[in-house]
Design a protein around this ligand. Structure first.
Ligand code: FAD
Length: 385
């Protein structure tokens, strides 16, 4: 970036201003009359969806990359900015500016690591490109929106994916080594909404591991950096269209946030199967249990581990009795909110006031984490557009 000062404004982890950017991007802030907007940000409608046929190599069915392909096929944009696997390491994200529709296939799938995605905006501008689409995770999209007005683009389409946590590619390799004695053969990993991690291997084998049986207690406490542990934008609220899976009960989950998001969806036509998202179970007890564990871990105590004999039983029960569909998505957003408060209080208390938006305090209201003196921002009350 040629003007380094812009980074301070563009970084979501310094002094984010979600109400101002939501109003800029969607024409309004979160509507208190639509309770799910407190959790998921402004949206017009939510859908369960899948692409038919599902694309090979996609993380789910390939909606995100197919949208990029369609934008290029129809000539709506000149380039799609996204990440592809580094040729030397399939898990390492490498920013790419894609100009040919067929080349979107290389970007399919999820990688773990940080990619300086927006660094390619300047080369794109130097090539005279003014109509661009970006597919990115929330921290990339926040920066993009904060700088959008200065980019001089004639058209910008933003397809966002949710992101729970990210880590360095090196640390992710160490995690894979805990899951298999041949980690180099793992080609796919997903934390599914049915409380299982799915692994796929180069020889076509698949393995599902219940969350409760993951070797999480063997990971170092800073496995996820503080920025990810205190991220307040799980669902990518500044995207035109969020493409995830959390609320999809085994399918994908789409949040159409504005008219541009509707237009993006229309590009998929009959290829997209959609239905209403469901919602089952009750989240509060699960979020409370999670909070207890985060407090213990942040205080240096080991996680309260379930006795070994109970784990398989709970692993079987969780997908049946735990929150599902939209209730699962709400639970995960509240878990991220409690994690933000606990970790910042412990590690960087002076940052609470600048880093935590008002809506996050409201998400944790039911969990005895109300702001203490000096912790909340007074300028972050939701504003009317
Ligand atoms: C680190 C991480 C954590 C995630 N956590 C969740 C979650 O908790 N809940 C949820 O619903 N969804 C999450 N997602 C999104 C999810 O993995 C899928 O990308 C999404 O559901 C779209 O699936 P698809 O088949 O349509 O994507 P595809 O068509 O396969 O396309 C995937 C897109 O994601 C981009 N991408 C892959 N890795 C990265 C990366 N490291 N940084 C930036 N962009 C990347 C690719 O370039 C591609 O454009 C996460 C994604 C990442 C990268």
């Amino acid at each position: 970036m040629q003007e380094p000062k812009r980074c301070g404004r563009a970084c979501q982890f310094i002094r984010p201003d979600y109400p101002a950017l939501e109003a800029q991007v969607h024409g309004r802030v979160r509507d208190p009359g639509r309770p799910d907007e407190l959790h998921f940000g402004p949206f017009r409608r939510m859908l369960r969806a899948s692409l038919r046929p599902p694309r090979d190599g996609a993380q789910w069915t390939g909606i995100a990359t197919r949208l990029g392909e369609r934008l290029l096929e129809t000539g709506a944009v000149e380039a799609v900015l996204t990440v592809a696997p580094d040729p030397a390491d399939r898990w390492r994200p490498m920013p790419v500016l894609v100009t040919e529709p067929a080349a979107m296939a290389q970007a399919r799938g999820m990688r773990m690591g940080y990619a300086p995605l927006l660094a390619l905006l300047e080369p794109a501008r130097a090539r005279g490109m003014t109509r661009i689409a970006v597919i990115g995770i929330p921290c990339q999209v926040y920066a993009l929106r904060a700088l959008q007005a200065e980019l001089g683009l004639a058209r910008l389409d933003v397809i966002g994916t949710p992101c729970s946590d990210n880590t360095t590619t090196e640390r992710f390799h160490a995690f894979l080594a805990l899951l298999s004695d041949r980690p180099e053969t793992i080609t796919y990993l997903e934390f599914r909404a049915d409380y299982h991690v799915e692994l796929r291997f180069a020889d076509g084998r698949r393995r599902e591991i219940p969350f409760l049986q993951l070797p999480l207690s063997r990971l170092p406490p800073d496995f996820f950096p503080l920025t990810c542990r205190t991220c307040v934008d799980y669902t990518n609220v500044l995207a035109d269209l969020t493409v995830g899976y959390m609320g999809g009960e085994g399918e994908q989950w789409l949040l159409v946030r504005n008219q541009r998001g509707e237009d993006l969806l229309a590009l998929l036509g009959e290829e997209l199967r959609t239905s209403e998202p469901g919602s089952r179970g009750k989240r509060a007890a699960h979020v409370r249990g999670f909070l207890k564990n985060v407090e213990r871990a942040a205080g240096g105590l080991p996680l309260r581990r379930m006795p070994g004999w109970l784990r398989p039983l709970m692993g079987w029960l969780m997908p049946r009795i735990g929150p599902r569909g939209l209730e699962f998505a709400r639970a995960r957003v509240e878990m991220k909110a409690v994690e933000t408060i606990v970790h910042l209080r412990r590690e960087l208390p002076a940052r609470l006031r600048t880093m935590v938006p008002d809506h996050v305090w409201r998400l944790v209201e039911g969990y005895d984490l109300a702001p203490r003196r000096g912790e909340a921002r007074v300028d972050q009350q939701p504003r009317r557009p």
